[in-house]
Design a protein around this ligand. Structure first.
Ligand code: CA
Length: 222
C-alpha cells in the first residue's frame, strides 16, 4: 500500500516514513501544502496522512480541493491541538479520521490500517480467499492453516492483490501501489516478484489463486 505523508516538521515526517516502511508500506513525503496537494491529486495513494498547519496551503484546503476534484483517497488528519473546532472542521472538509499530536506510532498505524480496511470494504483484520488467510495487522499469512514466510515486498504485493480480489490489475497498478515515487517503472520487476510470490503461495496446491492475464496483468481469485 502506498501512503502520502504531508508534514512540514521534517523530523516527524521522516519518523513516520521509517516506521511505515518497516511495516511494508511505500511512502512519499511532501513538506508543504502545494507539493502535497499536487502529489495527492495526481498519484494513486491508498491513504494520505495530512498535517493541518502547513506552509503554502493548509490541510483543510487540501482535503476540500481534493474532494471537489473527485479524489476519494482516505485522509487521516494530524491536528496539533485537540480542539473540537479543528476536528469538526477537518471532518467537514472531507477528512476521514484525525489524530491529535503528539500521538504514538502504534495509534497512527492502527488508524491507517482501519482506513485501508474500510476503503477496501473489509471490516475484519483477517482477510480470506479460499484457504489463504492474511492478517493485515500482523502480516501473518497462512495457506491451509500453514504459515508462509514472505519478505515485506512479497507481503505488500499479496495484500494489494488480495484486497483487490477478482479485479484485474495491470503491472502499472501494482507498481503504483507497492513502490514509492522514486521508483523507476520496470514491469519486469513485477513479474519477478509475482513469480516469487506464486512459488510460496500456489506451489503444491491444486487450486491456484494468482492468475496471469496475458498481456495485461494479474488477478487473485478463487
Ligand atoms: Ca505543521
Amino acid at each position: 500500500m502506498r501512503v502520502l505523508v504531508v508534514e512540514d516538521e521534517s523530523s516527524l515526517a521522516e519518523l513516520i516514513k521509517e516506521g511505515l516502511e518497516d511495516e511494508g508500506y511505500s511512502i512519499d513525503l511532501a513538506y508543504d501544502g502545494e507539493e502535497g496537494f499536487d502529489l495527492a491529486a495526481n498519484e494513486p495513494y491508498d491513504v494520505i496522512v495530512l498535517d493541518i498547519m502547513l506552509p503554502k496551503k493548509d490541510g483543510f484546503e487540501i482535503v476540500r480541493d481534493l474532494r471537489s476534484k473527485g479524489v476519494k483517497t482516505p485522509v487521516l488528519m494530524l491536528t496539533a491541538k485537540s480542539t473540537t473546532e479543528d476536528k469538526v472542521l477537518g471532518l467537514n472538509s472531507g477528512a476521514d479520521d484525525y489524530l491529535t499530536k503528539p500521538f504514538s506510532f502504534d495509534e497512527l498505524l492502527a488508524r491507517i490500517r482501519a482506513l485501508l480496511r474500510r476503503s477496501f470494504g473489509e471490516v475484519e483484520s483477517i482477510v480470506r480467499i479460499s484457504d489463504l488467510e492474511l492478517n493485515i495487522n500482523t502480516h501473518e499469512v497462512k495457506r491451509s492453516g500453514k504459515p508462509i514466510e514472505l519478505t515485506s515486498k512479497e507481503y505488500a504485493l499479496l495484500e494489494y492483490l488480495v484486497l483487490n480480489k477478482n479485479k484485474l490489475l495491470s503491472r502499472m497498478d501494482i507498481v503504483e501501489h507497492i513502490y514509492d515515487y522514486s521508483y523507476d517503472y520496470d514491469s519486469n520487476v513485477v513479474d519477478v516478484l509475482v513469480a516469487r510470490l506464486r512459488r510460496k503461495i500456489d506451489r503444491g496446491f491444486d487450486e491456484k489463486l494468482i492468475h496471469t492475464v496475458r498481456g495485461v496483468g494479474y488477478m487473485v481469485k478463487e
